[in-house]
Every structure is written in C-alpha cells, then in structure tokens.
Ligand binder design. Sequence first.
Ligand code: SIN
Length: 272
Amino acid sequence: MRIEPLAGCGALIDDVDLTAANDGEIAAVRQAVFDHGVVFLHGQKLGPEAHIAFAKRVGPIVINRYFPRTERFPEIAKVEKTETQTTNIGGGWHTDHSYDAEPAMGSILVAMETPPAGGDTLFANMYAAYEALSDGLKATLGTLRAVHSAAHVFGAKSAYGAGDQKALSGHSDLPESVHPVIITHPGSGRKALYVNPSFTLRFEGWTAEESKPLLDYLYAHAQRPDFVHRFSWKPGSVAFWDNRATWHLAMNDYHGHRRLMHRITIAGEALS
Ligand code: SIN
C-alpha cells in the first residue's frame, strides 16, 4: 500500500483493495486519515454491502438524521443531484456533523455515478489553517468556544426547502452544540481550527454580530488555495475524510447530468 501526500490537503492511497484489506492496512488507512485529513482512492469496488463492511472496520456508523437514505441500506446516505435538479448537496464549505455534541469522526464517500466533467470536491486542511495563524491569534482563539447548529441548513427555513432538494429541509431535531475553536485532534495529537461557514453560529458568550468579523477572517484564511486540494471523481473513487481536520465543498458545475454518491458517516467523540 502506498500513501502519497498531496499539496494542500490529503493523501492519495493506492495498491490496496478496501474489500480485501488486512487489519494492518485498515489501521494504516485510518491513521492516514488522521494525519492527512482526507485520503483518496480510485478504482475501488465498494458497493453498498462492501461499503458498510469497510466502514464498520474503521469505526461505528452514525446515521445522518437529515440526508435521504438509500432504499435498502439506512446506513448509507444518498448524495444525489439528478439531471433536472439545480441545487447540489454540500455546495458550501462545511464539516459534517459539527452541530452534534459528539461530532462525527469522518465520512466515507463513494462515487457511484459521475458527470462527464465537473462535480469535483474541494477539501481544506484545518491543521494547516491553524498552524499559519499568528501566535497572538492562536492564543486568543485557544480561549474561545463556538456554538454550532444545523437549524438554518436542515430546518423549516432551510435554503434547501426553497429549492429542488426539499427532502433535506423541514427537520425538527436540530440541537445547538458548543465546541472549542481550536481542538486537539484525538487521533493525531495536532491542533486544528474547528469552526466552519455552514454550521458555526457565533462564539460562546458573544453575539452573532460581534462574532461575524472574526469568523469571516478565519473563513477567508482557512480556504486559502495553499490549504486546499481539489479531487476529481470517477465511478469507484473513494474519499475518506476526517471532519475534525478538514472542511469540504462539493462543486455544482454539471447541470443536466446526474451525480450519485453514497456516504457513510463514522461516529466521533466530544472534542477538547
Ligand atoms: C458532502 O458534503 O458530504 C458531499 C460531498 C460531495 O458530494 O462531494
């Protein structure tokens, strides 16, 4: 198995078949996710059963409350945009499940059907974003916690509800959770920036208006091109990312074509 670090964010893994990997290879994939934030593999054969079997080898599965599910496999969320839809899922920078008290460790996304061109996913490296901050700002952020919620994304007033991905809107189980702004990653021991443009509402004890200028600064900083990798999918490609160490954004540049991805989310833990 070869692990090749990529510029910006992530690593490419080849010479491993995820359906036949031994325990050592599974452990190495998991550690590579912790260390590089996301790993990419091409040419895998992760149909639904194999996808679930691989996911269970890396951690317990957590079922996303808001995404449509595949018909036969509740563990698998369907990330789909059809030929006639114009809104895609995950089209803004975010990290999955930061609105939960114990945010998901990671997500394993498998490309089932890809458009002839476009439909890439961008990943941004939150270790690098943290490390590039000044010592002064690192120290200030180290004293702050932030409030996260999905109410505006998946609730009654969600933008998804106004468009053609209505199944994602109108949900009512929408908790607020509070996490440190700088976390120490439980699997790598490294510090990472843990706020994101989709789900972070404000700093704890600050108003949204007070929080906005500093959050906007951090969001612009964290999506600098030198922290980002753009991944192009083919059917059979897999991305396994760590939600504590990366953000991601799905490009919406393939209108008129179908893109279908299967996503399984792996449970995480409270962050400190
Ligand atoms: C997601 O945000 O989980 C979906 C990413 C993608 O479809 O590329």
